[in-house]
Design a protein around this ligand. Structure first.
Ligand code: F6P
Length: 342
């Protein structure tokens, strides 16, 4: 049996730990031949591969990024590309592919499965917005980085009596903002799921300042928006899955606060710092558990499924029940953040 491994979409700390686990158990326990597909689905469209063996996976556990590279290539976007995927897999003798991705990349896995390419999925995204799994790997690391940033911004905000706005990732959901905001003691958390009223935000901050707290911390998801308005798009165009490039809501909020209540504000956009570097211990363990479970799915012929974390158990869920069903934030967590608001 020859097993391909690919990572697609935005990278997330822990991809290499998944690859390591898949390859190690695939070779050592099942005697499979393993092969890496370069740059997500693009590698199968173009036929670019790299060997994966016990040497190539050595030292991978703490490494950020992806040794296979990644891309947002969508083979369903251009006519003929899905056939190229099937032909290249066939030419290379690939029987099945372990696909590490979020909704877009795994959506392709589901549809390619219908065309005859056997796939299993591993849930990856720092946004944590995939359904039927409590956590995607990479999310914990992103929250950790954002929380550390909030802690650092806290001390400088306090020293200068400023309002600090921290814009974090989270295109459609506010998981990172919410968890990092709660962990870092943010005064206001703004998320895509709950459009906000800027006057109310200003009022909260003013009241806080009137009570003698001369600084405030506002955490805002890049996908957050004022009530009745559109999200702020950073650049024109979108990727091959139709996702826009977001960014700039932090500056809007900062300017409005300065304008309404005259308190000096500063804005920090964390951006890709949240995705780079070494995974946390939690993500290393989760990624390893996912990788082991994914190669077990292959061994048991359970194609068309994704591994998932439910409670503390790794389970399998059908890809068709996951794709297109975004997991919004837990509103219980949002209520907790609100207790500390203003
Ligand atoms: O992978 C998810 C994500 O990190 C989103 O939070 C963010 O909007 C997007 O990717 C950024 O993508 P890119 O790396 O293409 O700028």
């Amino acid at each position: 049996m020859k097993v391909g491994v690919l990572s697609g979409g935005g990278d997330a700390p822990g991809i290499n730990a998944v690859i390591r686990a898949v390859v190690r158990k695939g070779i050592r326990n099942y005697g499979y031949e393993m092969i890496g597909v370069l740059d997500g689905w693009r590698g199968l469209v173009e036929g670019s591969f790299t060997p994966l063996n016990l040497e190539t996976i050595s030292g991978l556990l703490p490494r950020g990024g992806s040794i296979l590279g990644t891309s947002r290539t969508n083979p369903f976007k251009r006519e003929g590309d899905t056939q190229k995927v099937l032909d290249n897999a066939n030419k290379k003798g690939i029987d099945t592919v372990v696909v590490i991705g979020g909704d877009d990349t795994l959506g392709v896995a589901l549809k390619m499965g219908e065309l005859g390419l056997k796939c299993v999925g591993v849930p990856k995204t720092i946004d944590n917005d995939l359904g039927l799994t409590d956590y995607t790997f990479g999310f914990n690391t992103a929250v950790h980085i954002a929380c550390e940033a909030i802690d650092r911004l806290h001390t400088t905000a306090e020293a200068h009596h400023r309002v600090m706005i921290i814009e974090v990732m989270g295109r459609y959901t506010g998981w990172i903002a919410l968890e990092a905001g709660i962990a870092g003691g943010a005064d206001i958390v703004l998320i895509p799921e709950k459009p906000f009223n800027i006057d109310e935000i200003c009022k909260h901050i003013k009241q806080r300042h009137d009570r003698g707290k001369a600084f405030s911390l506002v955490v805002v998801s890049e996908g957050a928006k004022p009530k009745g308005a559109q999200r702020i798009i950073y650049g024109a165009g979108s990727d091959e899955f139709g996702n826009p490039r977001l960014g700039g809501i932090g500056y809007y909020v900062g300017k409005e606060i300065e304008r309404c209540i005259g308190i000096e504000t500063r804005v920090v956009v964390l951006g890709h710092l949240q995705r780079g570097g070494s995974p946390t211990a939690f993500d290393r363990v989760l990624a390893t558990r996912y990788g082991i479970a994914a190669i077990d799915l292959v061994h048991n012929n359970q194609f068309g499924n994704m591994v998932a974390l439910q409670g503390n158990q790794i389970v399998l869920v059908p890809l068709k029940d996951v794709i297109g069903k975004r997991k919004s934030v837990d509103l219980g967590l949002y209520e907790i953040a609100k207790v500390f608001s203003g």
